[in-house]
Write a new protein. Structure first.
Ligand SMILES: [Zn+2]
Length: 339
């Protein structure tokens, strides 16, 4: 049986997204770097003009050849801006006619399209593959030590996965399905989870600054990572601490770096069988205004001078939120313009 025009359009779009990954060497750069695909930077590297404007009705648009250029709204959050830019990049790479996009489907390549225009189906499939390729899932699953059977059916884990990939929870769920990491029934279960409730559990009584801000759960596995999010995000840090040997994480480093420490607890197993086992230090903190810079904490014995051998935990933060207008931050960096 011949492949349907829709299936062909999707396959071609996915292949085109993989080609752009290869052309820009994105797999090695992303897995050794930020852990998410900076689509704005990719567009700048491809020399395609991109500007952000306060579009009210459209999420984004792609100018027809020979002008070729992309406009993305400033009126939406960073995840939607990223998906919109990837969709418009799809139109350019696939040599489509121009397009004004009022809505964009993050559902990836396997779901009914409801009579959607073939070029739009292709651009959606391009965007899903471009931002959420299978290798990016594998990278995060491996570096976090997650397994499909024990972790990926848990909405809390999938929410944390989505933050690290710079995508919405919904788009991340669809990727689990389209890459056949989970079957549809389990993805449907995951999609029933309310993200607001996941955030509330993690942040305990503390709430992120607004409803679209996120709560990051960072552990020792995130040491050295870069966090790309919103200025109002909350950070929850859970680190094992050799409290039995008198070691403590230096929370003061957090305060000195301008963080507001909202909660600081140590859970120590009182069970005699676990005597000597490490406890877990849990901190909830609000990052300083501006939200960029790096944070390093050391685990020290307070009565001993600090040494380079003390365990350390460090993350780089880029909590700048959505693009606010004009050129992307990536483009301004390339042009040497300070943002
Ligand atoms: Zn479109």
């Amino acid at each position: 049986m011949a492949r349907s025009p829709i299936a062909t359009a999707r396959l071609d779009a996915v292949a085109a997204a993989k080609r752009v990954h290869d052309e820009l060497g994105l797999q090695s750069r992303v897995t050794q770097g930020e852990g998410l695909i900076d689509v704005f930077e990719a567009i700048a590297e491809l020399d395609i003009p991109l500007v952000f404007k306060p579009l009210d009705t459209a999420l984004g648009l792609c100018l027809p050849a020979p002008l070729r250029g992309i406009i993305v709204t400033t009126r939406r959050g960073l995840h939607i801006q990223r998906f919109t830019a990837a969709h418009e990049l799809g139109h350019v790479v696939l040599n489509h006619r121009g397009s004004v996009d009022l809505d964009i489907l993050e559902r990836g390549p396997l779901v009914p399209t409801g009579g959607r225009d073939l070029q739009e189906v292709a651009a959606d499939a391009f965007a899903a593959e471009f931002l959420l390729p299978r290798w990016l899932y594998r990278h995060h699953i491996q570096s976090q030590g997650w397994t499909v059977a024990r972790h990926l059916r848990n909405p809390d884990i999938v929410y944390q996965l989505s933050l690290r990939m710079g995508a919405s929870y919904e788009a991340t769920c669809w990727g689990l399905f389209s890459h056949q990491i989970l079957p549809q029934g389990e993805v449907d279960q995951l999609r029933k989870a309310q993200v607001a409730r996941l955030k509330a559990t993690l942040g305990e009584e503390f709430k992120p600054g607004n409803s679209w801000a996120d709560v990051w759960r960072l552990t020792g596995k995130d040491d050295g990572a870069k966090i790309v999010g919103n200025p109002d995000d909350l950070i929850r840090i859970e680190l094992s601490e050799a409290a039995g040997s008198g070691y403590q994480w230096q929370v003061d480093a957090l305060r000195k770096a301008g963080y507001e420490v909202l909660s600081d607890r140590s859970s120590f197993s009182r069970d005699p069988l676990l005597y000597g086992a490490p406890s877990v230090r849990t901190l909830i903190a609000r990052p300083p205004a501006g939200g960029t810079g790096s944070l390093t904490m050391r685990e020290i014995q307070p009565w001993n001078p600090e040494t380079a051998d003390d365990p350390a935990f460090s993350v780089a933060l880029s909590l700048q939120g959505p693009e606010t207008g004009g050129l992307s931050r990536a483009k301004r960096r390339r042009l040497g313009i300070r943002s």
